[in-house]
Design a binder for this molecule. Structure first.
Ligand SMILES: Nc1ncnc2c1ncn2[C@@H]1O[C@H](COP(=O)(O)OP(=O)(O)OP(=O)(O)O)[C@@H](O)[C@H]1O
Length: 724
């Protein structure tokens, strides 16, 4: 055994032993806390009598309860801390560490030290640091730098070092399987080994093999807006997930997962990535689809389109002109600059009703609005109207509460009714008290009126939408569905923010958007408006812009720059998911200059299989035979151009008595996911013409494949593929 191997083996055994000891210690601590907790609780409910007989007994009992509660709180804190430590140690016992660096500090003392890098920090029971978290400042040397003179940053201070050694270790529990010394970034062998694993139901983290270009994105803290343009399978989603873990670690005293919002393409995808952060020991942030996010922010009772309607709409070939208008940056700019108060007419006001009877008429509310100073903005005038309505209403209730009718009603309440309404009883002779309770009763009864005033339900935002659209386009807006579309909600939210109330959220610290190429200009502008102080990471791939809602990276960059945010761009051109052959195939479908620079990282694999079929019958038989030939251990999918084709194919296969387990997904649902084997459903000239969109659908579908892609087609192969 080489000297290095002996040393590493001994080191591993020692650290493993220390981890095991730490595990026992934390476990014992938790057991002890639980036992003490139990006895505190037993004492509490057993020996000690809770005595509420007199005022002084009450005080004593409350003091005793307070003391016991504090004891229990203390125990809970101890328990939580020990449980967290235990969880970390248990994670490390599976793989204690995966990297090692040997560093000379180039300051006065020229100290030399080695650091082992793992999924978490670990300090042994004697207080010695044994493992450094992959997100700690020193660990950046492991991912970023070549051997020799180098540096890393701690709190923006640069620490110069010389990197003497960088070692990658493959470890399972206390067994050292292998190790490699490398002068470059991450050693290819280990990366390739990790890429060879079969696809699984859940996305895996890439902590041990993060590449230099991905690491820069993960750790970039100096720029407020990152725009990541990466080809299919270049690790955009992986980098986003690792970045979230990094941010949670680095800002752990200031933020939690609740201060991060992650927007994902669809609900299947949210499920697919749901395990990455918990496996890294972190809580998932708020992870929503754009549609869910809009519903969450809109908070109105009016229905919004369902996910399936939404996808049906954005995958349609034809887009109506008015949809294009409301998706556009120009319409948003028009709204944001709009100041002409003459638009606000009485017709936009609605009466406030209670049990269908008007409490305030639209005319009266408009009158109140007109009394507000014309020098104010429309939003401030509506806000002043709200104040006026509130104060009118309060005055009315106070007056009512003093009326003879109300006082009589209060006097007539039985004790049981008093308890039910007010949680207490009162003296029916005390008039002042009666008036106070009458007011409370009226406020309870008319709660909905107050809600209507506060929620500005008396102002019709939809009519305002229509009025603005009419002003902008000189034609009226035709509503197509009764439920609001996502595009309409985007505009309604922008309108609300501009004319009714400030909707901006200053708590969200980080917003991360995956598949940003699918967003409309208006959607991007809404996000920037709602989160003025957040740090944004936007990742996407123009080649995958398969929806009729999409934005090019050039337009995106212009849009972001125009919003006076400085944009830092990253490009990812390494293909990690697909085999060399699959990468070469989808590379032919790339339209811009990226085509020349795409690099496939995986080893050679199988060539994509094109299968010509004369007719539908032969095609279905071929499909069944491909399905039958593939291992059931591997994930296989048939990808269709849209949901209708997926349904049709499912029906046709079931009629053919296909007994193979078959997953059929339309391209909108397969987005972002990956499979060992992908079958492209009939890429013939009949199904795929020559449009940009069809090219992008093929690119997206083919790039879902890791190992093998089959392309069975009826008649002639689409010229998009035949050209190559
Ligand atoms: N550094 C890495 N080490 C190991 N595996 C990696 C690395 N980077 C990416 N991968 C793997 O490559 C595959 C593709 O990654 P990911 O889904 O993050 O790419 P993407 O750019 O978001 O893809 P797409 O846009 O096509 O959906 C995943 O299986 C991921 O685990």
């Amino acid at each position: 055994m080489s000297n290095d191997r002996t040393q590493e083996t001994q080191h591993l055994q020692q650290v493993y032993e220390e981890l095991s000891q730490a595990k026992d210690t934390y476990q014992t601590a938790i057991d002890e806390v639980n036992t003490t907790g139990k006895s505190v609780l037993e004492q509490f409910s057993g020996d000690t009598k809770l005595n509420f007989d007199s005022y002084s007994d009450n005080l004593e009992t409350f003091a005793m309860m307070e003391m016991k509660n504090r004891e229990i709180d203390q125990l809970n804190i101890q328990n939580e801390t020990a449980a967290k430590q235990l969880e970390k140690v248990e994670r490390l016992l599976k793989v204690p560490y995966f990297g090692k660096i040997d560093v000379t500090f180039l300051d006065d003392d020229s100290d030399r030290d080695v650091f082992y890098i793992g999924m978490n920090d670990f300090t042994n029971l004697d207080g010695e640091s044994r493992i450094y978290d992959w997100r700690s400042p020193i660990a950046s040397l492991f991912y970023n730098n070549v051997l020799g003179d180098s540096s890393y940053y701690v709190n923006k201070t640069e620490i110069p070092v010389s990197l003497n050694l960088k070692r990658q270790l493959i470890i399972e529990e206390d067994r050292l399987l292998n190790f490699f010394d490398t002068s470059l970034a991450i050693q290819d062998d280990i990366l390739l080994h990790s890429l060879e694993a079969d696809s699984s139901q859940y996305m895996k983290d890439i902590t041990t093999t993060i590449q230099q270009e991905q690491n820069e994105i993960i750790r970039d803290e100096s720029h407020p807006l990152l725009l990541v343009n990466g080809i299919a399978g270049s690790g955009k989603t992986s980098a986003i997930m690792q970045r979230i873990a990094y941010l949670l670690y680095n800002h752990r005293t200031k933020i939690t997962a609740d201060d991060i919002l992650l927007l994902s393409p669809n609900s299947t995808f949210i499920d697919y990535i749901s395990q990455v952060l918990p496996n890294l020991g972190e809580r998932n942030p708020l992870n929503l689809t754009l549609l869910q996010f809009l519903k969450f922010t809109f908070r109105e009772k009016a229905p919004i389109e369902s996910e399936s309607d939404y996808f049906k709409r954005i995958t349609a070939e034809q887009v109506n002109a008015q949809q294009r208008v409301i998706q556009s940056q120009n319409f948003v700019a028009f709204i944001q600059a709009f100041q002409d108060a003459s638009l606000i007419q009485q017709s936009l006001f609605k009466p406030i009703l209670f049990k269908r009877k008007p409490i305030f008429s639209a005319e009266l509310i408009f009158g109140l609005y007109q009394e507000t100073p014309t020098t104010l903005s429309i939003r401030d005038r509506l806000s002043a109207t709200k104040e006026k309505l509130s104060s009118l209403w309060n005055r009315y209730l106070i007056k009512q509460s003093k009326s003879k009718q109300m006082i009589d009603q209060m006097q007539d309440l039985t004790e049981a009714e008093q308890l039910r309404y007010f949680d207490t009883t009162f003296d029916a002779e005390d008039e002042e008290q009666l008036v106070a309770y009458a007011l409370q009763r009226l406020q309870q009864k008319y709660r909905k009126v107050v809600d209507a005033i506060t929620d500005v339900a008396w102002f019709d935002q939809w009519l305002l939408f229509e009025a603005l659209y009419q002003r902008y386009q000189q034609v009226s807006y035709e509503r197509v569905t009764t439920a609001y579309t996502a595009d309409e909600v985007v505009i309604l939210l922008l309108l609300k923010d501009k004319f009714i109330e400030d909707l901006s959220n200053r708590q969200m610290a980080f917003i991360l958007v995956d598949e940003v190429q699918d967003y409309t200009e208006a959607q991007i502008l809404l996000l920037l408006k709602l989160f003025p102080q957040a740090n944004f990471t936007l990742a996407g791939d123009e080649n995958q812009a398969i929806f009729n809602t999409s934005i090019s990276f050039i337009d995106l960059q212009e849009l972001l720059s125009a919003s006076s945010r400085s944009v830092t761009s990253y490009q990812l051109l390494n293909s990690y998911r697909s085999s060399k052959e699959i990468t070469q195939l989808f590379q032919t479908l790339v339209t811009n200059h990226e085509k020349l620079n795409i690099v496939s990282i995986r080893k050679d694999g199988e060539k994509p299989v094109f299968i010509s079929c004369n007719d539908q019958e032969v095609y279905l038989e071929k499909l069944i035979s491909i399905l039958g030939s593939l291992s059931s251990e591997e994930a296989t999918v048939i990808i269709t151009k849209n949901a209708v084709e997926a349904e049709e194919l499912e029906h046709q296969l079931s009629q053919k008595n296909n007994t193979n387990a078959t997953q059929i997904l339309s391209i909108d649902m397969a987005k972002g996911l990956e499979f060992d084997n992908v079958i492209i459903h009939d890429p013939s000239t009949l199904r795929y013409g020559t449009t940009e969109r069809e090219k992008k659908i093929l690119y997206t579908a083919i790039s879902r494949g890791m190992k093998q892609v089959f392309l069975p087609y009826i008649g002639e192969l689409s010229t998009l593929l035949a050209l190559e």
